[in-house]
Every structure is written in C-alpha cells, then in structure tokens.
Design a binder for this molecule. Structure first.
Ligand SMILES: *Cc1c(COP(=O)(O)O)cnc(C)c1O
Length: 494
C-alpha cells in the first residue's frame, strides 16, 4: 500500500516516508491509494480483542512496509504500558438505548490527542530505522493547548528524538500552561511566545520553511519534523477507535452486526472525523457523520452550502480546541470526494490561500451531504447541554463533547433520525473544569477549585491533575516570535 499527495496524484511513497516527511513537498497531504476492506465477520472478531490488538488489525493494513513485530512493538508501547487509566483505552459509555459516548480521554493528558500521540513517536522511530536515517529528529510544535502537552508526553525521553513546543503566552488556559511548563524529560524544550496562537503557528511554520536554518541543522545531524494533525501518523491511529466503538456496541448487544450507526464528532482541524470517514470507507457501517462545530462554524456553512469561507470573525470559545478557521484535514476528504483529482484540489487550496475561500462543485457537495451533516452550538447551547445531560443522565461531559451532544439533539429534532448515535468525547471534564462546573451550577470557581467540585459531583479526579499545582515549574522561557530559531539552536547545541 502506497500513498499519494492530495496535490500530486502521481506521487507514490510508502508509509514510513509519509510519517517522516509529515507533509508532501508539493504542499499536499499524504493519502492512502486504496482502502483496505474489513468484512462484517472481521469487524465482529474485533470484539474479543484488546485495544492494542484491534490497533494492530487496522495499522497492519495501512503500514504495509512495517513488519508484524514492528507494529506489535509500537502498539504495545503505546497502549499497554499503563499510560491509559482505563484498561480498554477507549471505553464506550451508554447514556440511553440509542446513544453512547466514546471516551477518548483516558490517556496521560486527558484529551483525545493522546490516542494518536502515544503511538506516533514509536511509529516515527521505527520509520526512521526503516529509512536508514541516523540523524536525530527534532519535533517542532505550535500548540493552542492540547496538542502540545500530548506531544510532550508522547515524545519525552524517546531516544533519537527531541521535541520543542511553543504556546501563545496569552492563548492557553491556566491548566494547559501548567501541564506544559511542568513537563519532565531530558529531550524537551517548552517556550511561551509573546502573541496569540496564529503568531506561534506562523513562527513555527517559518522555521520549517527556512532553508538555511534547516541546512544548518542537517549539517549537525538533526532534521526537523512535525507532530501536527496533518501527519499520517496522527490520522491512522484514530481510525482504530471507530472500529473499536462499533465492536464494543456489538459485543454488549446494543447493535446487531451490520446495523448502521451515526458518529457525532466535535471538530476543529477535521482530523478526528476524517479518521471515522476512513473507517467507513473500509467497511464500517455508518449512516452519517455529524460534524459539530462551536461558533467558529466555518464547517457547518461549508457542509450546508459548498462554500468554504474562512474570512469571518474569529471567536474565542469555551471549547478552545475547536477554535479553528482553516480545517487542514478537510483537504483529504475533498481529494477523495473529487475522485483523486489532485489538480482540482491544488487549485481550490490556492484559492483558499489567496482569497480565503472557495466553492466546490455540485457533485462534490452532493457526496459531502450524503455522508456528513453539519451543525454548530453557541456558547449558551453548549453550557445548557452540559447541564441538561448531567440532569438527565447523571453524566458530566466537557465543553467540546457538549458541542457534539447539542448538535446531535438538533440533528434529531430536525431529521427525526433516531439511529444509534455514538458521541465522540474528546476531553475529560477535568481538562476544562471551571467551564463545566459553572455550566452545571452557575459558580465562579477557578480551575483548581472547580476540579474539587467535580469530584464532589461524583467523578474521580485523575492523578495527573490532582498533583499538578504541586509539580515544579521546569520551563520559564518566554520569547518573541522572531527569536525561535535561536531558541531551537540553543536547545540542541547550547
Ligand atoms: C483537537 C481537539 C478537537 C478537534 O479535533 P480535530 O481532529 O482537530 O477535528 C476537539 N476536541 C478536543 C478536546 C481537542 O483537543
């Protein structure tokens, strides 16, 4: 199985090259040239496997240049080393007969990014060996919060890899910042950049594009790489939990084998929901993917009209990990919907860059609407949903998950479709405790007191957060966005 680029269909590279390069040299994203198929019987047989065994079944069909031992070792290191606080890694909780929640936040940083970022470092190190590369890899990350910590946890003390994470000094929550600046590990650098997330992101992108700086590093045996959600190594691990959730519902008798389900996904960069679409292309019975946005509802409009327009006001919301106007992974979906027409994709992406918007053809829009429903939740709707879900089911969901729950309720009211729905829960309520508690009982607690209150409301606080305020601050670096190359150089050779 080889991979093409969304902007150059003639490209054909093995998965290890996709993982190491992150993005194709033509600016496109790597996409599989075909979708391996799982029969219903094969899906049913996943039910008796552990999560890491399920992961092996999916990954081995895509990473065909990896040996069985290599994949087994990667999935074992990621999912069987006690890094997740739930033995099934991605448990499914039933709220009522036709709705369940897929909890993807039992990893070390309490957000769904762990599902991929616990695995990615092992895949990268293996890919590096396979390609005969002896250089060290320097992972560079600009983060708006969750990715940074998840990448730090995944990569800390991984041999042959270094990692530098930069966050906007005034753009992350107190909890998120504390999680990052207390990160242990001999190979990690963490810095605050004066500015907002766009400033941090632009500064990091500039480093990747700086040829002379890259040459300087290469000459000293270091290559830059990214742990960004456009990396194929972030996407492929996410396909696993869609199959896993279906297998679990089948196993507990909630659905019959072959029944269609709806997945509801709180979406930002479109990585999570795209992985679900890939699972469906592989044979998973899915009726609709319900794409849930917060008030940054560029995807809602796109699915409803076929016009993607990023030129709009940016809203800071209580679901910050979805505060995104350019949804990078959408490019992959459009490539598939356009039947692999890479010239077309290159042209609309150029339009996006120049005009901030593009419109897809009617035939693409029709296919898009066939598989996806787009909706959004306002801040008020999100808070009201946290409260009503708690009152109705005794279940406490975080702000991102509540966006999905709200959009599911809107979808059902609008369409009458009562198909079994699986709401994909992307963060623990303990990750955004102040917002969650104030939605339930109108309090004004800070994050630490709100976390204690959540415990009183009946859910256990994860150890990693309980002791966070006592952890020593190890990273105090604050820099300007044009100082990044110096900081990186010093962290490597200083
Ligand atoms: C990253 C993130 C999302 C958005 O996921 P995408 O793959 O970018 O669509 C949603 N919720 C949480 C909590 C996240 O961290």
């Amino acid at each position: 199985m080889n991979y093409s680029s969304t902007r150059d269909g003639s490209k054909s590279v093995p998965s290890s090259v996709c993982l190491l390069k992150g993005i194709s040299s033509d600016g496109g994203l790597f996409v599989p040239q075909s979708f391996p198929q799982l029969s219903l019987a094969q899906i049913a047989s996943l039910a008796d496997l552990s999560y890491s065994e399920r992961a092996y079944e999916i990954l081995s069909r895509f990473l065909t240049d990896f040996t069985e031992e290599e994949i087994l070792s990667c999935v074992n290191n990621a999912y069987n080393r006690g890094n997740f606080d739930d033995r099934s890694n991605a448990p499914v909780t039933r709220l009522c007969p036709n709705e369940s929640v897929l909890e993807l936040w039992h990893g070390p940083t309490l957000a769904f990014k762990d599902m991929a970022l616990q695995l990615l470092p092992h895949l990268l190190v293996t890919a590096k060996q396979k390609q005969g590369i002896s250089d060290d890899i320097m992972i560079l990350v600009a983060t708006s919060g969750d990715t940074g910590k998840a990448a730090l946890e995944g990569f800390c003390d991984v041999e042959g890899v270094r990692i530098a994470v930069f966050f906007p000094n005034d753009g992350v929550s107190v909890m998120q910042k504390l999680q990052m600046v207390t990160q242990r590990g001999d190979n990690v650098t963490v810095g605050a950049i004066n500015g907002n997330f766009d400033d941090a992101q632009t500064a990091v992108k500039r480093i990747f594009a700086d040829k002379s700086f890259n040459d300087l590093l290469n000459g000293r045996g270091v290559r830059l790489s990214s742990a960004n959600s456009i990396n194929w190594g972030r996407l492929v691990p996410q396909i696993v939990y869609y199959f896993s959730a279906y297998a679990d519902l089948y196993k507990c008798g909630n659905i019959e084998l072959g029944d269609q389900v709806n997945f509801v996904v709180p979406t930002g960069n479109f990585g999570n929901i795209l992985a679900g679409y890939y699972a469906c292309k592989m044979g998973l019975p899915v009726k609709k993917f319900i794409c849930a946005s917060n008030s940054n509802n560029v995807l809602t409009d796109f699915i409803n009209t076929g016009c993607y327009n990023a030129r709009r006001e940016f809203h800071k919301t209580i679901s910050p990990s979805m505060d995104i106007l350019i949804s990078s992974n959408l490019e992959r979906l459009l490539y598939h919907l356009a039947d692999g027409n890479s010239d077309y994709i290159a042209s609309i992406m150029e339009k996006l860059k120049l005009d901030g918007k593009y419109t897809v053809t009617d035939s693409i829009l029709e296919k898009l609407k066939g598989s996806f429903y787009g909706g959004f939740a306002t801040e008020e709707q999100t808070k009201a949903t946290i409260k009503s879900t708690f009152e109705k089911y005794g279940y406490i969901m975080d702000t991102h998950t509540a966006v999905a729950q709200s959009v599911l309720e809107q979808y059902r009211a609008q369409t009458g479709d009562e198909t079994t729905a699986i709401v994909v829960s992307t963060a623990s309520p303990f990750k955004f405790p102040a917002s969650v508690v104030s939605a339930i009982e109108q309090s004004e607690l800070d994050d630490f007191d709100a976390a204690i209150r959540l415990e009183e409301l009946g859910i256990d606080q994860p150890d990693s957060l309980k002791y966070l305020h006592m952890a020593p601050v190890l990273h105090e670096l604050v820099c300007e966005k044009d100082e990044l190359s110096g900081v990186i150089f010093a962290s490597l050779f200083g």
